[in-house]
Unconditional design. Structure first.
Length: 372
């Protein structure tokens, strides 16, 4: 018999966070989160996502053993401001038993119906900066700290339960040696002169911090027309600033500004922490943080996390400036591989940015939807 219980206490939530550690115990491609970090993101007093969202965390038990987990989420900004009558689900993990999946999803339907919502979509987090999608291809590829890894049967379960694909995302990679500067050097000089733009580079996190709020404002503007985009609030800016900016080597944050020092484009690249997180096994202490610090400084694999261009400067080759700056930094650092985070499969504008580097799609993921 399958029993579903809401995880409320600290020990229940810890069990919720730890379940995938047993599910993927011997899997060389799964990347564990830092347990304390994950718990903090589920803490309503600490994560500002709860300003506009409500979430409930459920565990499935069979013979007194945990066999699955799910979170049921309503992002009220999305429901009220965008009129998307949607209940989300995320942090979904399960053994290969469709009855367990079914029982967990029932809890999501209950929350949706209680609030008069029309459909369910997932897996996805509270907001656009959370993880998204169930892996459908690339099970033999190392995951990243900003994606969920899962077994192949997850998607099969959804399809058998009458879900349809809502969005498809692709992840691609290319070796740094594929980057030929002649594709952007000329445009870089031309665009700088024509629009009076200049790059902004950093050596320390302290130098980056005064610009971060403006970067998030630009992020909101440049992503506004993408499907399911929910703007980042001021409180969330502070939270992400603390949570992520210190993790990133400041040399991998690039801005482009105009003659009035207004930021018109930005990009954040993160060193790959995947192997460091596997060594840390979910804990920062005693040695986890050493592995992470080492990766921050020495990783030769880079993940293009975010790139944003002001609507007035889109289609004006401003990315040539960003690529030129990264080319110089990566060359100096001996970077070997570049990875792109999940991008909507139908976002042709962003795919065209990379075409000269001959990227290879190595992972695909989807969110699934079902009407309530």
């Amino acid at each position: 018999m399958i029993t579903i219980k809401e995880a409320i206490t600290k020990s229940e939530l810890t069990a919720y966070v730890k379940f995938p550690f047993s599910l993927y115990k011997d899997n060389e491609f799964w990347v564990p989160p830092i347990i304390a970090d994950e718990l903090e993101s589920f803490d309503k007093t600490k994560n500002p996502a709860f300003e506009n969202a409500e979430a409930y965390f459920f565990l499935a038990y069979k013979n007194n053993e945990i066999v699955g987990r799910i979170s049921a989420i309503v992002n009220w900004s999305e429901v009220n401001d965008q009129q998307k009558k949607k209940v989300r689900f995320g942090w979904f993990d399960v053994i290969d038993d469709i009855e367990v999946t079914k029982a967990l999803l029932e809890k999501v339907y209950e929350l949706g119906k209680k609030n008069g919502l029309e459909y369910v979509e997932g897996p996805m987090g509270f907001s656009n900066l959370d993880k998204v999608g169930v892996l459908t291809e690339g099970f033999d590829q190392l995951g990243t700290m900003i994606t969920w890894y899962n077994h192949p049967y997850y998607a099969t379960h959804f399809e058998q339960l009458g879900y349809v694909t809502e969005k498809e995302y692709i992840e691609s990679k290319f070796p740094f040696e594929n980057v030929k500067p002649e594709f952007f050097e000329k445009a870089n000089d031309l665009v700088k002169r024509r629009y009076q733009l200049s790059p902004l580079n950093f050596k320390t996190t302290k130098e980056v911090m005064p610009h971060v709020d403006k970067m998030f404002d630009l992020f909101n503007e440049s992503y506004a027309n993408l499907s399911s985009f929910v703007a980042i609030t001021d409180i969330q800016k502070e939270y992400f600033k603390k949570k992520y900016i210190s993790l990133i080597n400041p040399e991998y944050i690039k801005f482009v500004e105009d003659k009035d020092h207004t930021i018109v484009a930005f990009s954040i690249v993160m060193p790959s922490f995947s192997k460091a997180l596997q060594k840390a096994k979910g804990k920062l202490f005693p040695f986890g943080f050493i592995h992470l610090l080492k990766a921050k400084k020495q990783s030769k694999d880079m993940i293009f996390y975010l790139i944003g261009v002001h609507p007035d400067f889109q289609n004006k080759a401003v990315t040539a400036i960003i690529f030129n700056e990264y080319y110089l930094t990566f060359k100096e650092k001996g970077v070997l591989n570049c990875f792109r985070t999940p991008e909507l499969a139908d976002n042709t504008a962003v795919h065209n940015l990379w075409k000269h580097f001959h990227p290879e799609v190595h992972c695909r993921r989807k969110t699934f939807r079902k009407d309530l």
